[in-house]
Design a protein around this ligand. Structure first.
Ligand code: ME8
Length: 511
């Protein structure tokens, strides 16, 4: 059996989730639901990045303690993920005691081995990114991503990151699947063509107290990224007595896949692997950087710009499943994509109300009308129905290979093609007329359409769990498994079906 270990970033808890963070988490949920459906043993880790200056400052502004801030926002994340139907296995909090202990163990080990040293440092610090820059890195007095920086001079501790530069380049070159998509891999290799600095991994408590204390110097806390990145490994048992088997199973054998936004590729594809190399821990299997959800001005939707869309508001317009469907279908994983109500409503109307919704309501309606709601026995042979069967039986393989290459939008394209074929076939045969003269021929047409609906209710379940469950109920609850897609005619003759209200009512754009 295959194993699939997927992680999302740990989100900063200075603010509630927005469409950008929800996007990443929904994609992760969809991918892991597909793997679960394929029969893989699956683990999905998400969580909260709770230390660092941003949280400390937000809490101070609000007159509460950092932990109060974290507890409050963690609840907002958890309830948003619940409402968006996200099925995670681990919600990781970097304030967990066991995690802090492992962070300290790693630091102590690296310090004792001389992989961490202290030095006087002068540089430019970006508070919003929590990253130090050298003078040469600045672009027009700002960080390379355009954030404000302040000059800082202090003693700090450094991790000998530069020592691992060549080993990392070798690893990336030897493993074409390590960084996806390829454009990001090239970006990282380009970055590694410049000399790599050592990494400042401490913050003086005088400036920042909200963090994991350095085990070898009580006046300092750990740089938030050094602490947060380790979560992916501590979450599955790193350096925890009694959890060795679990760690081997998920980290060393299965290998983690980190799904992240492209803005945090350097921390994940450079800092993190060099930390692991120094600690003699195997590297993750893959780092996949997705693109951005863009606003009306075609810019990244972001908390700092304050133009974020609340995913839960969208849910009120098109339902959770409509939103999930849009994000998977319209955003090609890895690319940027615009978001607007127009795009969202069009997609839901075209694919769900018209294509899938129509197939379901017409088919179920005709079974009710002409066969008293009971699934009829296949009647006279029909080459059109044979063609639909062939098409349907090939679709699961297309879906699976798209998911395995982390291209879920392609999986949906394959499913939509099947729906198009089925609707075309229905138009051609016009069972609503045919029924008046030839019931056996009508039965064949409707059986084919019902089978397509059964296939789709399984194939789209990871994307729209609630609606597809509902469709399955209307089809008389056939077996819901990947195996059930290897055979046609999974529905039983005589089973009662139910048309019900439209599964996806047509939407009108709000004025
Ligand atoms: O970076 N479209 O947390 P974070 C798509 N704590 N993705 C977006 C987006 C948008 N408009 N806006 C934000 C952190 N994101 C760290 C991670 S991991 C050990 C630590 C994505 O809350 C962004 O790309 O600032 C990033 O992957 C994620 O939200 C978390 O952002």
């Amino acid at each position: 059996m295959s194993r699939f270990y997927l992680t999302t970033p740990l989100y900063y808890v200075n603010d509630k989730p927005h469409l950008g963070t929800a996007y990443c988490t929904i994609v992760a949920d969809v991918l892991s639901r597909y793997h679960r459906l394929f029969g893989d043993e699956t683990l999905l880790l998400t969580g909260a990045d709770e230390h660092g200056q941003k949280i400390q400052e937000t809490a101070a502004k609000r007159g509460i303690t950092p932990l109060e801030q974290c507890d409050e926002v963690v609840e907002l994340f958890k309830s948003a993920w619940k409402e968006l139907n996200i099925q995670y296995d681990i919600f990781f909090r970097t304030t967990a005691d066991f995690h802090k202990q492992v962070v300290q163990k790693c630091l102590q080990e690296l310090f004792e081995r001389g992989e961490i040293y202290s030095s006087e440092y002068e540089g430019w610090y970006s508070v919003s990114e929590e990253i130090f820059y050298m003078e040469k890195d600045l672009v027009e007095g700002k960080s390379p991503t355009g954030r404000d920086v302040v000059k800082i001079r202090e003693k700090n501790y450094f991790f000998k990151m530069s020592k691992y530069q060549q080993a990392l380049i070798d690893h990336i070159e030897k493993h074409p699947d390590f960084i996806w998509p390829e454009s990001r891999r090239n970006e990282v290799l380009g970055f590694l063509r410049q000399p790599l600095n050592d990494l400042c991994i401490s913050r003086p408590k005088a400036r920042l107290s909200w963090g994991v204390e350095l085990p070898f110097d009580k006046d300092y806390v750990t740089y938030v990224w050094f602490d947060a990145l380790l979560n992916y490994a501590t979450g599955v048992g790193l350096k925890q007595p009694g959890r060795e088997d679990e760690f081997k199973k998920w980290w060393s054998d299965a290998g983690a896949i980190h799904l992240i936004g492209k803005d945090i590729i350097t921390t994940h594809a450079v800092y993190w692997p060099t930390m692991l190399l120094a600690l003699n821990i195997p590297l993750p299997k893959r780092i996949f950087a997705h693109g951005w959800i863009l606003n009306k001005e075609m810019e990244k939707m972001s908390k700092s710009k304050g133009d974020v869309v609340n995913p839960l508001d969208m849910k009120d317009y098109v339902g959770v499943d409509g939103l999930r469907y849009f994000l998977i279908r319209d955003v090609h994983l890895g690319n940027d994509a615009p978001f607007s109500l127009d795009l969202l409503f069009n997609r839901v109307n075209n694919d769900l109300a018209n294509n899938l919704g129509n197939l379901a309501s017409r088919t179920l309606n005709l079974v009710e009308k002409f066969f008293s709601g009971a699934i009829p026995e296949v009647g006279s042979p029909d080459s059109g129905a044979d063609h639909i069967r062939e098409h349907a039986l090939m679709t699961p393989q297309k879906v699976q290979s798209a998911i395995e290459k982390m291209a879920p939008s392609q999986a949906l394209e394959a499913i939509v093609e099947l729906l198009n074929e089925a609707n075309k076939y229905l138009e051609e045969r016009a069972p609503w007329k045919l029924a008046k003269t030839d019931l056996p021929a009508t039965a064949t047409v409707l059986r084919a359409a019902l089978e397509v609906l059964r296939f789709v209710s399984i194939l789209l379940h990871p994307v729209m769990p609630t609606k597809m469950k509902e469709l399955q109920v209307r089809l008389g609850s056939p077996e819901m498994s990947w195996k059930a897609l290897s055979q046609w005619e999974g529905l039983k003759t005589g089973t009662l079906v139910k048309k019900g209200e439209p599964l996806f009512p047509r939407l009108e754009l709000p004025k």
